[in-house]
Design a protein around this ligand. Structure first.
Ligand code: FNR
Length: 184
């Protein structure tokens, strides 16, 4: 069986270490997981006044979430929390009331930071929101990638072997998580 995994990256910059990590995960993902990057850059900021006539970007994003069997989040930490752009995507996907696109999806989180705390604050703030939108986030193994600036080469390729091994193992666990918890 092949599972469709929506990959959501909480950084919009071209040279993002989170994006580079997402690409590394796409390269090492197990056979049964088909990873697809979703674009959250152009989602208009959530505003309840727009709910009656939602922007087309919201509608398309919600459809992509609903079509996914699982979710893989990569998040930087901004001021000890998730970047606003990622929170906005979660809010957009959770509405309109009673039509939460995230409902019941299995997920995993990887936080990537240039610092030593490895995005712990963002990783856990993200878990808090995901609990409320009824996403089933894998508890273990956790993935905190710190010191990210030293892990990639000039072409953006992940070159650190121990990180590669760790992420391979992480994706193996996520494959089992998705297989157990995806809606049949
Ligand atoms: C940061 N950064 C940061 N890092 C961290 O470990 N904890 C933090 O609270 C913050 N806060 C923070 C706020 C803002 C506004 C910015 C722009 C940055 C640094 C951050 O980890 C670094 O910029 C990463 O490279 C961001 O991830 P991407 O863009 O490389 O994926």
């Amino acid at each position: 069986k092949k599972y469709k995994i929506a990959v959501i990256v909480g950084s919009l910059r071209k040279e993002s270490f989170n994006l580079k990590t997402a690409k590394a995960l796409m390269a090492i993902a197990p056979e049964s997981l088909s990873l697809e990057l979703l674009d959250i850059a152009d989602l208009p900021m959530f505003n309840e006044d727009l709910e009656a006539t939602p922007p087309k970007e919201w509608v398309a994003f919600r459809k992509q979430i609903i079509a996914a069997d699982g979710l893989l989040f990569l998040t930087p930490e901004y001021n000890r929390s998730v970047p606003g752009v990622l929170k906005n995507a979660i809010d957009v996907g959770s509405r309109p009331y009673g039509q939460n696109s995230w409902d019941g999806k299995p997920a995993a989180i990887v936080s990537v930071s240039i610092g030593n705390i490895s995005g712990f604050g963002a990783n856990h703030h993200l878990r808090q929101s995901l609990v409320f939108v009824n996403v089933n986030t894998m508890a273990q193994p956790e993935a905190y990638i710190g010191g990210a600036a030293a892990l990639f080469d000039d072409n953006g390729k992940l070159t650190d072997d121990s990180t590669k091994d760790f992420l391979k193992n992480f994706m193996g666990a996520f494959e089992k998580w998705v297989d157990t918890h995806a809606k049949q």
